[in-house]
Design a protein around this ligand. Structure first.
Ligand code: ADP
Ligand code: 5GP
Length: 188
């Protein structure tokens, strides 16, 4: 049975790296493309990684109740368009949201069957190394991401599954097993 998967974890935990592999390798699973007001990073494609929109466009989506959830963090709006989800689930395609913990809480309240998966690195030191290694954020942004990482980590027990992203290969395999197991269950 197709399900809604909510993948959360601190920025830099490796969610995008894991997802890229899972989406390539697991059939009948789709990524929910979020709307955001942040600037694209090098290599990010509009409509694929995010729908990059203006703050006015984002506020129009909120006013039209077109978002399942949204949150403002890192001085940026991020939100999940409802139209990324409903038709796919009805068509037997599972959907994965890559969203932070405030947004996840909104989804769990509205969609009790959603499956929460929390991903985190082996330590905060390694998280900091990875954020710096990604080389996409200023020092100020890295500090904000590290502060939010500690808050998000406290939310991990609200998720059905946890993935420690030490070796990427093992983290990918664990997420694939979680999806297989959940999709094979008729009801939760
Ligand atoms: P997120 O999507 O959670 O913000 P990313 O997937 O962008 O995180 O990963 C952050 C950085 O860490 C990237 O540079 C990525 O290549 C690197 N990374 C991800 N997983 C691992 C891992 N298991 N070991 C080492 N580096 C990793
Ligand atoms: P980044 O800027 O690194 O792509 O994402 C920053 C954080 O925003 C990550 O924790 C990511 O999961 C979260 N995020 C991405 N899309 C959404 C969304 O649609 N809603 C919410 N609430 N968070 C999101």
């Amino acid at each position: 049975m197709a399900k809604l998967f909510v993948l959360s974890g601190p920025s830099g935990a490796g969610k995008s790296s894991i997802l890229k592999r899972v989406l390539d390798e697991v059939p009948n699973v789709a990524f929910s493309v979020s709307a955001t007001t942040r600037e694209p990073r090098p290599g990010e494609i509009d409509g694929v990684d995010y729908n990059f929109i203006t703050p006015d466009e984002f506020r129009a989506l909120i006013a039209a109740d077109a978002l399942l959830e949204y949150n403002e963090h890192f001085d940026t709006y991020y939100g999940t368009p409802r139209n990324e989800i409903t038709d796919r689930l009805a068509g037997g395609i599972s959907v994965i949201l890559d969203i932070e913990t405030n947004g996840a809480r909104q989804v769990f309240a509205k969609c009790p069957d959603a499956v929460g998966v929390f991903c985190f690195p082996p330590s905060f030191e390694i998280l900091e190394e990875r954020l710096r290694g990604r080389d996409t954020d200023s020092e100020d942004k890295i500090q904000k991401r590290l502060a939010k990482a500690r808050e998000e980590y406290e939310e991990r027990s609200k998720y059905s599954y946890q993935i420690i992203n030490d070796e990427l290969e093992e983290a990918v395999e664990r997420f694939k097993c979680i999806i297989e197991r959940e999709n094979n269950e008729k009801t939760k």
